[in-house]
Design a protein around this ligand. Structure first.
Ligand SMILES: Cc1cc2nc3c(=O)[nH]c(=O)nc-3n(C[C@H](O)[C@H](O)[C@H](O)COP(=O)(O)O)c2cc1C
Length: 511
């Protein structure tokens, strides 16, 4: 099975050219302020499923013209997230299956099977990076007195925020003791960065992130940590940085797997790290082992402002860029925002991996409106009593990405888990509050969840809304109503002869 439907995108420009050919990029010519205005335009376009926005004339807080164009809404639709991964949206699941096969390979069953797996093997070989000496991203190099973050078009997204915020930084780090050239040890994560001045930033990695783990290890040795922050890169690298990959798999290697070409990297100019050679901009620097600064309050993906908290400070040692760089930005806010759209698409990618562990799961939905991970609806093919509870416990216990999911609703596979009406029907007809709720207390929870009684510690609720079987019930269970297929077919045939006013009702949909 080929792992890509689309040609490789070496850099952001290749990807934008592809999207432009699909009429999926809109140029915005009038001046638009980086302070709030850009967020408001982006927010409305994203909510309508609109195109990538390429702002030609962004202006800063003082009304000065930005030195480069700003691109937002890059991954504002599932179609563009899928394209960034190199596939059509309907093939996200197939890509997920291919990735699951790479993770848990089965024995080869014959020569045909072996040949069929060659594309996967080729893809695996593309995880090796290609080191180049004159990377495009180092066409312009600013050092020392020339370093000035205020020359980048950094957005201020929401009213009341304290300073401009880098919203799409790809933060590259490595653990102490590793070789700078050893790509396998690199971590790349997107952690927003508050601007503190011309050459200082705050690195806001949450405690469980890869970047935070590396920083703790450097700080334990009393050393500054080298950091490189790429802004704007090929879409596979950008999306790999958002995936919660296991610590043993580097995002750069994973990007090679999905981007159809070996990732091109180059040594940074002032720090011992490798950086994506085809990025638009790279900010290099050092994060202090001890110095912190209060970060926020900033608008977050939950739809609220975060509480102010201390995070480590980064001192910038160089800014490098392409000759004509593009600055990539976004906002985070109440869903839908770009992270929630990305989350939904990546969910489809993760489903085959989840099914490897629990094959009874037919489908899984993390509604974006519930901040993409706080609630999950799962459809299962139920075979034995208690199975819904096993699935809940499995999701919470086995899979780290579900430790923050505070509600899981399990339904049978006849329920459309993306239909709120279907799920509510299952909950209200197949669940009983005294029997079908599973309540856990004092479990790990998103520390951003201010509704939990303690920061980072809260409850979890599972609702078993499946049909009850065996020892689960002693009552005669309801049989769902259904029209017989032949009556349905006869009425379909009759419909065109009915009054024109009835035509829109043919499928029995809500009007
Ligand atoms: C636009 C955007 C902004 C994000 N901001 C943050 C952030 O400020 N802090 C954070 O810890 N994670 C943030 N994330 C989520 C992480 O990037 C994501 O969970 C990633 O997988 C972390 O990588 P890691 O597991 O290698 O640490 C953001 C994601 C996106 C798409």
């Amino acid at each position: 099975m080929p792992i890509r439907d689309l040609p490789p995108f070496r850099n952001l420009r290749d990807f934008l050219a592809h999207l432009s050919a699909q009429q999926d990029v809109a140029r915005v010519a009038p001046p638009v302020s980086l302070v709030h205005e850009m967020t408001e335009i982006h927010r409305r376009v994203l909510a309508g499923g609109g195109p990538v926005l390429h702002f030609d004339h962004a202006t800063d807080a003082a009304g000065r013209a930005a030195t480069m164009p700003v691109v937002v809404n890059l991954f504002g639709t599932t179609r563009r997230v899928a394209a960034g991964l190199g596939v059509y949206p309907e093939r996200l699941c197939a890509l997920g299956e291919a990735l699951a096969a790479l993770r848990g390979p089965q024995p080869v069953t014959g020569i045909g099977d072996a040949v069929g797996r060659l594309p996967l093997l080729r893809a695996a070989l593309r995880t090796r990076t290609h080191r180049i000496s004159q990377p495009p991203v180092q066409s312009e190099i600013r050092l020392r007195g020339d370093v000035d973050l205020s020359r980048l078009p950094i957005q201020t997204c929401w009213p009341g925020e304290p300073a401009p915020l880098i919203t799409w930084p790809l933060v590259v780090t490595r653990p102490p003791g590793s070789q700078p050239s050893d790509i396998a040890t690199l971590n790349v994560g997107v952690y927003r960065m508050q601007v503190l001045g011309r050459d200082r930033l705050i690195a806001r990695w949450l405690a469980h992130r890869g970047g935070a783990a590396h920083h703790r290890a450097w700080a334990a040795q009393g050393k500054e940590m080298p950091v490189a922050v790429a802004i704007g890169a090929d879409p596979a690298t950008m999306l790999a940085s958002v995936l919660p990959l296991p610590e043993t798999l580097s995002e750069m290697s994973f990007a090679g797997l999905i981007r159809g070409e070996r990732p091109r990297v180059a040594p940074a100019v002032t720090v011992p790290l490798m950086v994506p050679a085809d990025a638009e901009i790279v900010i290099e620097g050092w994060v202090s082992p001890t110095e912190t600064a209060p970060e926020g309050p900033y608008g977050d993906h939950t739809g609220y402002y975060n509480q102010v908290e201390e995070f480590p400070v980064m001192r910038v040692s160089a800014i490098t860029m392409r000759p004509d760089p593009l600055y990539v930005s976004t906002f985070t806010g109440r869903p839908p925002d770009e992270p929630s759209v990305i989350g939904e698409a990546l969910n489809a990618l993760a489903l085959p991996l989840i099914r490897q562990q629990m094959p009874e799961i037919c489908d899984l939905h993390l509604p974006p409106a519930a901040c993409s991970h706080r609630l999950a609806v799962v459809a299962i093919r139920k075979r034995y009593p208690g199975q819904a509870r096993r699935v809940m416990a499995g999701l919470w216990g086995m899979l780290p990405q579900f430790s923050y999911t505070k509600g899981i609703v399990v339904v049978d596979d006849d329920i459309d888990i993306r239909s709120g009406a279907d799920v509510l029907w299952a909950v209200s007809t197949r669940a009983d509050p005294s029997r079908d709720l599973m309540l856990l207390e004092r479990t790990p929870i998103d520390y951003l969840d201010f509704a939990s009684p303690e920061p980072g510690l809260g409850g979890k609720l599972g609702i078993d809304a499946t049909n009850k079987i065996g020892a689960e019930t002693h009552r005669e269970w309801g049989r769902p109503l259904a029209m017989s297929a032949d009556v349905s077919a006869r009425v379909d045939a009759l419909w065109p002869r009915l009054d024109a006013a009835l035509r829109g009702f043919q499928k029995g949909e809500e009007q």
